[in-house]
Design a protein around this ligand. Structure first.
Ligand code: UN1
Length: 513
């Protein structure tokens, strides 16, 4: 990794050999076990982080609660100004942070930079938003009355994020929550603890420089047990969780049991429909990037390609050919398209999926396999694979977080393809490739895609931050990032003000004393 400047990146990001606190000393406490982070790129130790204990957590939550009481009184454009400065720092540190993301998580350096760019974009969005936390005004049915709604800061927001987007998903939540006046406690993935510490360091430094009260950006580290302290804690009114459906069900129940709010962004089983009117060249680029980008570890990764029978062979050949061009290897080397999977468990899941699809009657078109030899010593590099399959196969119904693409055939009109596309439990992202207006509009209509994201003539992954991001069904229903997703980080209050000398009741009710 040294030829790619990892040590320098760690230094630029202020990371130490063992990381257990920030400069302010109040934003994050870690006195527990040491978590070692190994890179899937070369198997080497990236660094060590101390886990959060129960006592540490208590300190964090009380600091966050106290900080919130002050932070909520700051005018939101002033909070936006702090986010703007945080963003300036991200712009300066884009390269080392992108590099660390790539090295600790394994996605290509380009994608690591892309992820930091998403952070920059959402911060820009949040700064503008800090002057636009609008409510509505309504006309009262009573004379001399005014009605309106306003949004107030919510409190301490818990953010649980996954290894695959170790920095962007945090910022989608926190950049908005901060301008909304909330304090955030972040539990990042235990698979990417160093990137979490790097982000927390940046926030802590900028916040301290601006006199932001302690506790507005907090980090807790460790496994699900640390997350559980937060999900069960009624002092945390909102939990925003990104990860597997399995995790989401546990989090949702814990939060619901105390009637808290949860924002869930869980698994996808995303498909691209390819109709006879599709542009094949663009279809191939979209599908290949969607299936193998981030080594198939995006929640928006393309898992299924639903191709019309008339062009099935043509698309099949084009895509199989394209797979021959894919270069797999060290993701820091910009010549490579695909880096490693996150760890050996992920490799096992990938192998199981390929075994299972054959057992269920699938036909392997592009052979998978684990790469060995020079450059592949971590044991996490795999070959992107394609299998012809049927939508009803059990394995096709599941989200396998790996570069396995299922090719499915449809016949008849686009309605048939939509039926297949919707015929899974997840509902995150979807796409159609067509130049036929009627097909595109049907796909987007009420009878079309049932997903939170539905695209025409682009793939399923790579969403911009300006739109609301999330999905339906087992994807969890939450929306993060752009549009009006900010509203979940605030509490809404309806206000009716009487400026007369009388007290007329609503609904015309008479109540004379
Ligand atoms: C995720 O995988 O959790 O749409 C998020 C995309 C990215 C975000 C993915 N902007 O691919």
């Amino acid at each position: 990794a040294e030829e790619f400047g990892i040590q320098q990146a760690l230094k630029d990001l202020g990371l130490n050999e063992i990381n257990n606190g920030t400069s302010t000393g109040t934003d994050w406490f870690g006195n527990g076990d040491i978590i070692e982070s190994y890179s899937p790129v070369d198997g080497a130790l990236v660094g060590k982080v101390k886990a959060t204990t129960k006592d540490d957590y208590e300190k964090v939550i009380t600091t966050a609660e106290k900080g919130f009481k002050e932070w909520r009184t700051w005018p939101s454009p002033k909070r936006g100004e702090v986010v703007r400065q945080f963003n300036d720092e991200l712009r300066k540190l884009k390269e080392p942070l992108g590099k660390l993301v790539s090295y600790e998580m394994g996605k290509s350096y380009q994608e690591g930079l892309g992820e930091v760019q998403e952070m920059i974009d959402i911060c820009d969005f949040a700064v503008g938003l800090s002057r636009q936390l609008h409510g509505l005004t309504m006309h009262s049915e009573r004379p001399g009355h005014r009605m309106y709604e306003q949004y107030h800061p919510l409190g301490v927001v818990g953010v649980i994020s996954a290894f695959n987007f170790p920095v962007a998903v945090w910022s989608w939540n926190t950049a908005l929550a901060w301008v909304c006046g909330d304090a955030c406690i972040w539990k990042g993935s235990e698979k990417t603890p160093l990137t979490s510490v790097a982000c927390q360091n940046i926030a802590a430094r900028i916040f301290a420089e601006n006199g932001v009260p302690a506790g507005i950006s907090c980090l807790i580290t460790g496994d699900y047990r640390v997350g559980e302290m937060m999900t069960k804690d009624e002092r945390v009114p909102l939990i925003s969780a990104t990860g597997s459906i399995r995790m989401g069900k546990i989090v949702a129940q814990a939060v619901a049991a105390r009637l808290g709010k949860s924002l869930l962004e869980l698994g996808g089983n995303n498909a691209i429909i390819v109709t006879p009117d599709a542009n094949i060249k663009n279809t191939v680029i979209g599908a290949v990037f969607g299936a193998v980008g981030t080594c198939g570890q995006r929640c928006t990764s393309t898992r299924r390609l639903i191709v019309h029978e008339d062009i099935y062979d043509k698309v099949k050949d084009a895509i199989v050919n394209a797979y021959k061009q894919i270069r797999i290897g060290n993701p820091l080397d910009e010549n490579n398209h695909v880096g490693p999977l996150i760890d050996k468990d992920a490799v096992k899941n990938y192998q199981n999926a390929l075994k299972k699809v054959v057992e269920e009657g699938g036909n392997i078109l592009v052979e998978g396999g684990v790469l060995e030899g020079e450059g592949y010593e971590s044991g996490c590099y795999v070959k992107p694979a394609i299998a012809e399959a049927k939508n009803e196969f059990e394995i096709v119904q599941q989200e396998t977080f790996a570069p396995v693409l299922y090719l499915l055939k449809y016949s008849g009109d686009v309605g048939k393809a939509v039926e297949i596309q919707n015929g899974v439990k997840q509902g995150l992202s979807s796409a159609i490739m067509t130049n036929n207006l009627r097909e595109a509009e049907r796909f987007l209509s009420v009878e079309g895609s049932d997903c939170g994201i539905a695209n025409v003539n682009i793939g399923t992954s790579g969403a911009e931050i300006g739109g609301a991001f999330g999905g339906e069904k087992e994807t969890g229903g939450g929306r993060e990032s752009g549009s009006d997703a900010w509203k979940v980080y605030m509490r809404r209050q309806t206000n009716t003000i009487n400026f007369t000398t009388e007290l007329p009741l609503a609904q015309g009710i008479k109540f004379d004393l």
